[in-house]
Structures are given as C-alpha cells and as structure tokens.
Design a protein around this ligand. Structure first.
Ligand SMILES: NC(=O)c1ccc[n+]([C@@H]2O[C@H](COP(=O)([O-])OP(=O)(O)OC[C@H]3O[C@@H](n4cnc5c(N)ncnc54)[C@H](OP(=O)(O)O)[C@@H]3O)[C@@H](O)[C@H]2O)c1
Length: 312
C-alpha cells in the first residue's frame, strides 16, 4: 500500500511517500480502507521524536492517529462491524508505527465507531482525537454542568473548537481565548465571552465579569498560562483545572489528561454531529502526498479547527 512514512526523526522533510506492506489483521481488529486521515499536533511531535520514550516505536513509522474510511475486512472475533461499514476511529495503539497516513490501517475495535452519517469522510477524520480529548477533559474529568463557567485556552484550535461546543451543550458559560479574528467563529460555536490573549490581560478581563472567579479551566497551552490559570479559579474550584499539554498541572492540584481510544464516547460524538449539536471545522484538506505541507501549516500554531488528508 501507499503511505507517508518516516525512516528517522526530524523536521517535515523526513516525511516521504513509500510503498509498504499492507497491515496484518488481528482477531479483535478491523482493516479500514482509508478515505481520510486527521492531522494533529501529536503527529509532528512524534515526527520530532518527542514520544520516543513514551511508546515503543518501530520504523518505518507511518504517522497519523485519526481515520475515517470503509471496513475492508474484520478479525475472527469481531461481531460489531462488517465489511463495507463506514467507520471512524482514534487509531492510537500501544506502539507507534502503523498509523493512518496510508491507504489501509488495522485498528482494534475498542477504538472504532460508526461514522457520523451527515458529514463526509474528510470531516469525520477531523473528529476522533480532538473530539475525544475535549470530551474526556470537559465531561469525564471536569464534569461540567449547567450554569458553571469554564475558561478554554486556545479555544479556536482542533481540541478547543470541540471543547467550546461540548461545554456549551452542557449549559455552561464558556469563555475562550483566541486571536481577535477568531472571536466571531467562537461565538458561533457557543462561546459567551472571548478574550484576545495577544493584547489583553486575561486575569483582568475575567475579574471584571467573574469577580469571585470561575468554576473550571481547560488548558491547551501549558507553562505560564497554566500557572496563572489557578488564580482565575474561584476558592471552591481550585482543583477544577485540566491540562493536556503540561503534566505540571498535577503539582497545582489539577489533572493531566492523555486521551484514550473509546468507541462509546466516539459514538456519542457521532450522534451529537448528526443531531447538529456539534460542528466540525476543517480549515484545509490536503492530499496524502501533501502531508508535509499540512505539518508545516499545523506547526505554525494558528490553524482554526482541523486539517485533514484526503486519501484514495
Ligand atoms: N494529552 C493529550 O491527550 C492531547 C490531546 C490533544 C491535543 N493535545 C495537545 O494540545 C495542544 C492543542 O492541540 P490542538 O489540536 O487543539 O492544537 P491546534 O489545533 O494546533 O491549536 C491551534 C490553535 O491554537 C490557538 N493558539 C495558539 N497560541 C495560543 C495562545 N497563546 N493562546 C490561545 N490560543 C492560542 C490558535 O488560535 P489563534 O490563531 O487565535 O491564536 C489556533 O487556533 C497541542 O499541544 C496538542 O499536542 C494533547
């Protein structure tokens, strides 16, 4: 099969087109003919070698953890899916090597769900990793409920765009940080209040509107932004702080989330998309061969929503 692989860690230039063996299919997995793959910051972090100590990694590495496509074959024990089903998946495994920038991928069914019916594969491939991260932070960890206030940093990116909508759907008051040009976009997703992090003091802005502090923070930036976030929380909410980028959050009393595959939660996201409670913003789609350009654009740090690769 055709794939975009890397033979060594490095910059975008190490991504290259390769002809590799088709993936083998285990008993609890499905083989997916890929129609589109999502591109996430973790892909370039893996490409640089930053996850080498966290995962066993096998070269040549095919990057990509998000997939949308059609089932080509099912493993011996699989009853939940059949050949021809349209599915999407957060295809992270316990090792790095057999990803989704390819024509085929084999994925354990614990990571697979039926694709949303009302969007095409290019949009569906933008959902799994970012959508599940937002769900596991906002719903599972912060347990946000109606009437609570939540500050979401980097709200216009892949994860933030889903987090804003999920928190809004739960009835929360949503505050998002983003550049000015993304404020209208965030309001359309359900944000009640937007702060331009470039020329505004976030704490001063928030104090005007929430003198007692806010109920929860979802951090997608880390470092000083995370440390300053503790002061923004009300006295009874000091531990309602989640980061997906900075494990130091645990020293501050909050929680670090590393997103896990979860087919039930993925199905919930698919249902929210089909009932129009969740929109998917894809700012650009590339061909498989253009994966390098997608990485360069994503690394600029200012993509709105998601990038995907159309395959086949
Ligand atoms: N632990 C996990 O399981 C997990 C899962 C998913 C993601 N992550 C990590 O979380 C981070 C975000 O992921 P993502 O997919 O959402 O990234 P992304 O889509 O690349 O985020 C881009 C967005 O970040 C915004 N942004 C950049 N600098 C900002 C700042 N200083 N303040 C506020 N917004 C800023 C940009 O908005 P403007 O253009 O308006 O600046 C842009 O819309 C990445 O580091 C990723 O690796 C971790």
């Amino acid at each position: 099969m055709k794939a975009i692989a890397i033979d060594q860690y490095g910059g975008p230039e190490v991504l290259h087109l390769a002809e590799l063996e088709d993936p083998k299919l285990g008993p609890d997995s499905v083989l997916i003919r890929i129609k589109a793959a999502g591109v996430n910051p973790v892909d370039y972090k893996i490409r640089y070698g930053y996850l080498d100590r966290a995962f066993p990694s096998y070269f040549p590495i095919i990057l990509g953890w998000d997939v949308s496509g059609v089932i080509e074959a099912v493993g011996a024990t699989v009853k939940e899916f059949k050949k021809g089903d349209e599915v999407f998946a957060y295809a992270r495994k316990d090792f790095i090597g057999q990803g989704c920038y390819a024509e085929l991928v084999s994925v354990p069914i614990r990571a697979v769900a039926k694709k949303p019916q009302t969007i095409d594969h290019i949009y569906s491939a933008g959902v799994p990793l970012a959508g599940l991260t937002a769900y596991q932070a906002v719903v599972e960890t912060l347990n946000i409920s109606k009437g609570q206030s939540i500050l979401i940093h980097a709200a216009a990116g892949g994860v933030g765009s889903f987090a804003v909508q999920i928190a809004h759907a739960l009835g929360a008051e949503v505050i998002g940080t983003a550049s000015k040009q993304n404020h209208q976009y965030l309001q359309n997703l359900g944000a009640n209040f937007c702060i331009d992090y470039n020329d505004t003091n976030i704490a001063d802005e928030l104090k005007k509107k929430f003198p007692q502090g806010i109920d929860a923070v979802f951090d997608l930036i880390g470092g000083q932004s995370l440390e300053r976030s503790v002061e923004l929380l009300s006295s009874s909410s000091k531990t309602n702080l989640v980061s997906v980028v900075d494990p130091k959050v645990k020293n501050l009393g909050g929680s670090y989330v590393f997103v896990r595959p979860n087919s039930e939660q993925l199905q919930t996201l698919a249902n929210m998309i089909d009932t129009k409670d969740l929109k998917v913003e894809i700012s650009q789609t590339f061909t498989l061969e253009e994966a390098r350009s997608a990485h360069e654009l994503l690394e600029s740090g200012h993509v709105r929503g998601k990038l995907t690769l159309e395959i086949g």
